[in-house]
Structures are given as C-alpha cells and as structure tokens.
Design a binder for this molecule. Sequence first.
Ligand code: TXA
Ligand code: MG
Length: 354
Amino acid sequence: MKKTLLLRVNAHQPEIAQIRIAAEFVKKGGLVAFPTETVYGLGASALNSEAVLALFEAKKRPFDNPPIVHIADVREVYKLAKRVPSKAEVLFETFWPGPLTLVLKRSEIVPDVTVAGLDTIAVRMPKNKVALALIRETGCPIAAPSANLAGKPSPTTAEHVSDDLNGRIDAILDGGPTSIGVESTVLDLTCDPPQVLRPGGVSFEELKKVIPDLSLHPFVTAEREISVAEARSPGMRHRHYAPKADIVLVEGALSAVVKEVRELIASGKREGKRVGVLATDETAAKYGADVVKSGGSRFNSDAIALNLFKLLREFDSENVDVIIAEGIPTEGIGLAVMNRLRKASGYNIVKAMQ
Ligand code: TXA
Ligand code: MG
C-alpha cells in the first residue's frame, strides 16, 4: 500500500503549489489522478514506459487497452503523431480543448506500452483548468485512462477515485465534480471516412457538421456483444461500467417502457430479489421498487449523462440484486449514455412493445 496524498484545488484557479506537488510525482514516474471535464483521469508520464506500466497495474487494466494521451498545447500532437491530416486540424480548431479524442498514426517517440503495441495513438486536449495546469507544469504529455479500477463505472468525483484507488496511487488532485460525466468521444482519423469508435462528450451531430462523411462504428450503437474481429478499438472488447448488481436495460416508447419496467419489478420481487430502478424525473414516481433513483429529466440528456456513473456507483452501496434501467433517446449525448448503459448491462436489453 502507498500513501495516497489528497490535494484539494480550486477548479477555476488551481493553486500552483498543489499543481507542482502533483507534477513532481508525474515527473518522477508516479501516478496522479486529476479531474478533466468528462471524468477523472489517472495520469502518468506518457513517454516513460515504466510509469505507464505502473498505471496499467494500479487500475488492473488489460495491457492490450491503451490509454488516451493528454496534451495542453496543439503543437504536441505533431510530436506524438506521424501524420496529421488536414481534417484533424479543423477538429483541433473546433473542439479543442474539449471532450474529443483523435486516433492518429503514432510517431517513434511514443513507447510501445503507451499505445499497447498499436501503430496508432489516441490524443486529446482537455478543457479542465486543473488538467491543463498539471500537463503544463509536468512539461510532457500525460497518459490517462479513466481513474477507476478496470470494469467499474468511471469516476466523476475525487471520492470515486479514492474508493477505487486509495493506496494504489501517489496523489489525487480534487478539483470537484466533473462537468460532463461521460468520457470523451473517440474519433479514428486513420480510416476513410473517419469513424467514431466511442460516443462521448462531443455529439455525433456536432462532429458531422465538420466532417459530413463521418461514420459510426457499428459498436457504438450495438445492442449485442461484438466479436473481437470487428473491434477497431481495444476498449470495445472489455466489460465496462458495471456495478455489482445485474442490469436490465429497457428500451422503447416511453409508455411501453414504464409498463415493462413495472412487470420486471414485480417478477424480481416474486423471485425474492432486492430491486433497483434507474428512472427519470418524469417516471420515478411510477415505480414501487426497493430503490428508485432518477438520472434527471428525459428532456435533459446532459443532466442524465452527468449523473449516470455516480448513480451506478450508488446502487452498489444499496445492495440491490438487479437494476432495471430505462433507456433514453439517442440524440446528442444520449447516444453516449445508451452506449454505456448497453455495455454495463452486458447487452441484457429488453425491447418494450406497445
Ligand atoms: O474522457 C476521457 O476520454 C477520459 C478522460 C480521463 O480523458 N479518459 C478515458 O480513457 O476515458 P480510457 O482509457 O478509459 O478510454 C480510452 C479509450 C478506450 O476505449 C481505448 O480502447 C481507446 O480509447 N483507445 C486508446 N488508444 C486507442 C487507439 N490507438 N486506437 C483506438 N482506440 C484507442
Ligand atoms: Mg475507462
């Protein structure tokens, strides 16, 4: 066990003294969790193989799934990537800093372990001030997967990070809760047309305005497990976001969903199970389950995205045996929410019929 230092920082004006302590750890090959606008990341120097190896170990992450490399200055991307297509430059201008990760051909300076032996690299410039200050002060790109134990929901507060990683990492920069709640959109620019590999903080609709021929990897909307051969992104192969309880996801028109959720609650109770429901503001009062939580209004998918991982973690402490989750429309960030819920359910999806 290590001692994990908790460093509180002002999210808007991060205190440089705290940032320096964190940056010193990273420079020496240590591991520091820090907030981004999406979720908390667990950072290590991206150019230090041993540090990145320790990063995989701390979060028990499979070695075939590379982290995203975070930068604070666009010029860094030209050092990390071998070829930067002109489409990428338009995307930097439009979406960086922000929740968009770009997959590019990688350069020779990047250690193999940082990219899990691939010939590509995933790069993003986050918007969060604490993240940017840490990268600048460290003076090198920071490899950072989400700061959770592999398989668990991503952390949106420093407490979530501490619950999973206390004693396994050097420090946590606590800059308060994140503002988006789901991870960045991963866009592959090494194929033509460019393809979204993971939906996230930048919506498909927004990206399509800049790249009209943009495509979605079938996995993004998948309603079943995908085969290894079809997976373009290593992250597609691994189970994710899963709380302890089983999740059943109910999709369809709202009235049919409510009816189906009620039937599932009744059958769960008959089986003697403790039943949780992940509902919305409009429906929560309709359910007589053991635990009912609302992600927010169905008309505000931003709020649902922000609450999603926190609520999945809360269900863990409620000791429910099953969580019945309502689906939401897949417009905007709703696509990212549904992708996470489908994955978290292990594709245990019920289509509610009228
Ligand atoms: O919002 C985010 O993206 C957060 C914050 C911390 O920045 N990070 C995050 O990292 O979600 P992680 O490691 O949990 O997810 C990275 C995703 C994985 O699905 C991984 O497979 C994919 O990016 N990825 C990384 N390198 C890749 C590459 N070269 N080609 C395709 N996919 C890649
Ligand atoms: Mg992750």
